[in-house]
Design a protein around this ligand. Structure first.
Ligand code: AP5
Length: 223
């Protein structure tokens, strides 16, 4: 099975993806995380992606499709996987269908009002060392400004500044949001109202999954 977490910047895809990864045992593949790793390591691909990411634009389809193609070919994806932040264009969705089309697919639409997105992104803090994600209000660390997991000083993601956030949301609305209809037409899109608390949304996602799979992939079983 393939689960696609689909939603605007800051909607909570990563937060719910981590919970879902534990629940299903499927690896979570975040194209944002893969790209940030490439940027930190200063690989050729990272150097090509860096300016677009900093400006809030999409990285080229060619780069992102290549990353996903390599990652889903790894052994841990055989039983199923979770995509977070991919696909974001029709070309990416078509490429995914072509590279792994036979697999059952469920698209969870993480749906949030736009004004909530800005509050979530402006309050996000991340650990530059272990990449843990916090929120000043909703998910604060035990000691303000310090990572619970590794003790590093938390920072704001470079693309979470107000101007870049505006660009990211505009790019989402123009280029990515139309994919909702693409997946509706395929009959695999399931909306999840995601304006509430993290645990509440996780419960709703669990209920959707149970309804779709007859409880088969709850608790780590594979489908
Ligand atoms: P990416 O990292 O994928 O960014 P994004 O889609 O903009 O999503 P975010 O990571 O910002 O948000 P999220 O939905 O995961 O929310 P989170 O759970 O962290 O991509 C970054 C860049 O890489 C792109 O701009 C692009 O340049 C490039 N890129 C990536 N994929 C690409 C692709 N396929 N094609 C081309 N380019 C690509 O939550 C946000 C905050 O809210 C956190 O602080 C969290 O603690 C908090 N929060 C979460 N849920 C709740 C809740 N229920 N209540 C209160 N707070 C909450």
């Amino acid at each position: 099975m393939r689960i696609i977490l689909f939603g605007a910047p800051g909607s909570g895809k990563g937060t719910q993806g981590e919970i879902l990864e534990k629940r299903t045992g499927f690896p979570r593949i975040s194209t944002g995380d893969l790209l940030r790793l490439a940027v930190r390591r200063k690989t050729a691909l990272g150097l090509r992606a860096e300016a677009d990411m900093a400006a809030g634009r999409l990285v080229s389809d060619e780069i992102v499709i290549g990353l996903v193609r390599e990652r889903i070919a790894e052994a841990d994806c055989l039983g199923g996987y979770i995509l977070d932040g991919f696909p974001r264009t029709v070309a990416q969705a078509d490429a995914l269908a072509a590279m792994d089309g036979g697999r059952r697919e469920l698209v969870l639409g993480i749906e949030v009002d736009p004004e909530i997105l800005v509050a979530r992104l402006s309050g996000r803090r991340v650990c530059p060392s272990c990449q843990a994600v916090y929120h000043l209000v909703a998910q604060p660390p035990a000691r303000p400004g310090v990572c619970d997991a590794c003790g590093a000083v938390l920072v704001q993601r470079p693309d979470d500044g107000a101007d870049v956030v505006r660009t990211r949301i505009a790019v989402y609305l123009e280029t990515t949001a139309p994919l909702k209809d693409y997946y509706r037409r395929k009959g695999v899109y399931r909306p999840v109202a995601a304006g509430g608390a993290i645990e509440e949304i996780a419960r709703e996602i669990g209920a959707v999954l149970d309804a779709e799979t007859g409880g088969l992939i709850s608790g780590g079983a594979r489908a």
